[in-house]
Design a protein around this ligand. Structure first.
Ligand code: TRP
Ligand code: ZN
Length: 856
């Protein structure tokens, strides 16, 4: 039962609440099926009038006003709402007693149990599944929390803020927590259970000593040490780069195995999906390590961007998410490699956000309406949101950006803010124009044309807005290469754009001309991917090869190589010729360049994804030819580069326990070589490494190489891998994902079979994502013309619609790609989605299915 089904919420309807709620006191008597929650909220009238609170499927058993039992006539309550009819004068306290069943909570929102551990998830609207409240981010309260449980020994009873008291007597344990920082309901958290701990301390720059704890399943403590290291580095970095100090005496992180998203930034008590905490080289890949570092940092950084300053309403979600993603990207850039991180982030943006922005699910970074808030945690809000912050940074520079951030923290600390208030802190020329980035969906295009006549080189950039959108200010970073030298920018005449430090703002058209050139310079445009746009430039392999050889912008070097590779892949798809030997030669030069870091060189060896080819073809795509083009080009490049790849693969292997970015780069380079060699039909090395690799990174890379090359040995290698890691759920997830993504004919049947694997369960989101989510990424199998792939995903989504609607809705978003395929696929999908919509009951699934089936 949900409160919000079918109700569209509009930004323009925002109204502050008629009461403040300055203080909340919560008492939990924990029980697996009958937890009693006694919530006392102090209400202070602002304008006064009726007091209306929301609930979600609640069972109300008691009501008190100012500590006295309220007569039934004083209020009206349903499972989803509470209205106080008799309102006392002035401030008063309202006590509501509810009974909830953590064990029956399959949605993983509100209070639930995961592996016997009680935990909560309140963002965005989970608190209303615990007790009635305003449950909106602009109502901030100081919390006192009392937890009572039948427990003894070292059972944990945790909540936000600082521990006041903890007592054990006669099999009963109580703990009391006080959080001095006013916070919205979505940041409330409680955790209770038997967990192991890794503990440390951190002394902030002003000398506050903070106790740090990471709680994990008992016995897995050694796997939490990397997360602890990442936490301490995050704390230091935020002090240095943003001047932000931690503000409580304790910072706790708890890892749970059943979690809908990556992690949650609850004040002083972050709750994590255990895949973003647990790691050791035997079970975690280098990618897992960097994922842990990113998510630990992200949630920690929310303490200032999200918690100390929160969002006025959920339309402002990007205020905390886009900004915090930007901050975690900067952290990784500073800790690891800026160039490599930028490439990784743009790959992600192009793979997830650009398609989303062109799909029926497209929406603004700050939308003006939504049907279901859980469906707004998207690549657009997070990743495009981060790009908008990055553009501000590019336009004003690091020093002014830091001043603007300081002003933002100074002005809005302790409040619930808006995007306008944030933007107002920065000295950008035309704020109204910049705001359109937040208020209009779609990806703008920048067309680049070049002319060279009588020694004068002229470059023109023109903006074409996305459909239905207007022109936007686009910061363009640009350099011109004349031979191996960069052209002095002061010799250029720039018309039509505003010139800022290190960039030009393009609105409709910019022309740059340089006289007295012996030969035409080569332009390196959108350096570092200075804006989230699609660059349209006449294909020119010679120019791209030149940039690969002479540019010094890592992103543009990589992008030039990807352009050539994508053109070659597209030629295979279309049955035309491309100079694959030339491509192999360019890639060889890049991959062996001793002046570049191994992680960068590895990225250049990873061919464009199937998804990138689908986007390039654009419509009526044939999934069979996509797969053939990808595999065909991989095999061809693998044979052309055989000698180079063999040499790279023979390069020294870092120590297995060296998880540094540098060691990861060396492994990535070897494994990129292995992947291409295996694609070329030479699977001996991969078979050996899959069985005997000394790190999970190496074993998994080898398995992936075998699987994606459709090597005959893949089946057996995967089976013995699964047998070896039967007791490791997070490793089995990797196995499930590979089985689901294998580009053979058996994927759908295999996935159906694996759904009855003893370790598979629809109750654990990580399992669903690794098997079914990965299957939806299998281009050939998901988009099979007979509709069998669509039916499988729809069946699972329909089953989850009842038990975990958030995960169900997330799965369904894979259908937004269908528009790129043949009419046969589109008809099958329309049919399948129609069925989903008919049987769906959750607002989450209804919202996505409706948008996917709406007439465009
Ligand atoms: N705020 C969290 C983050 O980005 C993510 C989050 C939003 C979430 N909604 C959630 C996590 C629901 C779990 C469940 O860091
Ligand atoms: Zn976040």
């Amino acid at each position: 039962m949900r409160t919000d089904t079918g109700q569209t919420v509009y930004l323009k309807d925002y109204q502050p609440t008629p009461y403040r709620a300055p203080h909340v006191s919560l008492m939990f008597a924990l029980h697996p099926t009958r937890t009693v929650v006694r919530a006392t909220t102090v209400f202070e009238p602002v304008t006064g009038g009726p007091l209306k609170l929301v609930g979600d499927g609640l069972n109300l058993v008691g009501v008190e006003i100012d500590g006295k039992k309220a007569p039934a006539s004083a209020y009206e309550a349903t499972p989803d709402s509470f209205v106080l009819k008799t309102i006392p004068k002035g401030a008063f306290s309202l006590t509501l007693v509810t009974v909830v069943s953590p064990d029956d909570n399959t949605e993983l929102m509100g209070l639930y149990r995961s592996n016997g551990v009680y935990c909560t998830q309140c963002e965005a609207e989970g608190y209303r599944r615990i007790t009635y409240a305003y449950d909106r981010p602009d109502v901030l309260s100081v919390y006192d929390v009392y937890i009572v449980a039948d427990a003894e020994g070292d059972t944990l009873l945790l909540s936000n803020g600082n521990l006041v008291k903890r007592e054990v007597s006669g099999g009963r344990m109580t703990a009391q927590w006080h959080d001095p920082f006013p916070k919205p309901t979505y940041l409330f958290a409680l955790v209770a259970g038997d967990l192991g701990a890794v503990s440390d301390t951190f002394t902030t720059k002003s000398g506050r000593k903070v106790a740090l704890n990471i709680y994990v399943e008992k016995g897995k403590e050694p796997r939490a040490t990397y997360a602890m290291d990442a936490l301490k580095r995050s704390m230091t970095w935020d002090e240095v780069r943003f001047g932000r100090e931690y503000d409580l005496d304790i910072f706790n992180i708890v890892a749970v195995s059943d979690f809908n998203m990556g992690a949650m930034e609850n004040k002083g008590l972050n709750v994590f999906n255990d895949r973003y905490v647990l790691a050791d080289p035997a079970v975690a890949t280098d990618q897992d390590y960097s994922g842990i570092e990113t998510v630990i940092a992200h949630e920690y950084f929310h303490n200032w961007t999200g918690n100390r300053i929160t969002c006025r309403d959920w339309f402002q979600l990007c205020l905390k998410e886009g900004l915090t993603v930007f901050r975690d990207q900067e952290f990784t850039s500073d800790e690891r490699s800026r160039g490599v991180k930028r490439i990784a982030d743009v790959r992600r943006l192009r793979a997830a956000q650009f398609p989303e922005d062109a799909s029926p699910l497209r929406h603004c970074v700050r939308p003006s309406k939504y049907d279901e808030i859980s469906n707004l945690y998207t690549a657009t809000v997070y990743d495009k949101g981060a790009e908008l912050i990055r553009m501000i940074h590019t336009m004003i520079g690091e020093a002014a950006f830091r001043v603007g951030m300081d002003l933002y923290f100074f002005k809005y600390d302790g409040t619930a803010a808006t995007i306008e208030e944030f933007i107002d802190c920065f000295p950008i020329a035309d704020k109204a124009a910049f705001l359109t980035w937040y208020q209009e969906p779609g990806t703008p295009r920048v067309t680049v044309t070049e002319e060279f006549a009588a020694g004068t080189y002229t470059l023109t950039m023109t903006q074409t807005p996305a459909e239905g959108a207007g022109l936007k200010p686009i910061p363009v970073r640009l350099a011109l290469l004349s031979g191996t030298e960069f052209v002095d920018p002061s010799t250029a005449t720039i018309t039509g754009g505003q010139v800022g430090p290190g960039h030009i703002i393009l609105t409709d058209k910019v022309t740059i001309s340089v006289p007295n050139q012996a030969t035409a310079p080569v332009a390196s445009v959108m350096r570092g991917f200075s804006a989230p746009v699609i660059i349209e430039r006449t294909p020119d392999t010679a120019r791209d090869l030149f940039l690969i050889a002479h540019d010094d912008d890592p992103f543009n070097i990589w992008d030039a190589a990807q352009r050539i590779a994508l053109a070659a892949m597209r030629a295979r798809y279309e049955g035309t010729e491309a100079d694959e030997a030339g491509l192999a030669e360019a890639l060889s030069a890049l991959a062996t360049n001793p002046d570049q870091e191994p992680a960068f060189r590895a990225l250049t060896l990873i061919l464009p994804t199937r998804q990138a080819l689908i986007e390039a073809i654009g419509s009526d795509v044939d999934p069979v030819r996509i797969e053939a083009a990808h595999q065909g080009l991989s095999a061809a490049i693998g044979s052309h580069m055989k000698d180079v790849l063999e040499r790279l693969f023979e390069s020294p292997l870092p120590a297995p326990d060296d998880v540094s970015a540098e060691a990861a780069g060396h492994r990535a380079l070897r494994n990129a070589a292995l992947t291409l060699l295996t694609a070329a039909g030479d699977s001996g090395r991969a078979v050996d490494q899959a069985a005997n690799g000394t790190t999970m990174t190496d074993r998994l890379a080898a398995l992936g190489a075998l699987a994606f090359a459709n090597a005959p040995e893949a089946d057996e290698a995967l089976k013995s891998f699964a047998a070896a890691y039967d007791g490791e759920p997070l490793v089995l997830d990797k196995y499930f994902a590979l089985e689901a993504m294998r580009p053979d004919d058996g994927a759908e049947a295999r996935v159906r079979g694996l759904m009855s694997h003893p370790k598979f369960s629809l109750k654990t989101p990580n399992r669903v994502r690794s098997l079914i989510g990965a299957f939806a990424q299998n281009v050939g199998a998901f988009h099979k013309a007979d509709g069998s792939g669509y039916r499988l995903v729809a069946e699972v989504a329909t089953a989850l619609d009842k038990s975990n609607p958030q995960v169900a809705a997330r799965l369904l978003t894979s259908f937004s790609d269908v528009r790129r395929f043949d009419s046969q696929q589109r008809e099958q999908a329309a049919d399948v989605l129609g069925g989903v919509l008919q049987s769906a009951t959750s607002s989450d699934v209804v919202d996505i299915a409706r948008r996917l089936t709406a007439k465009q």
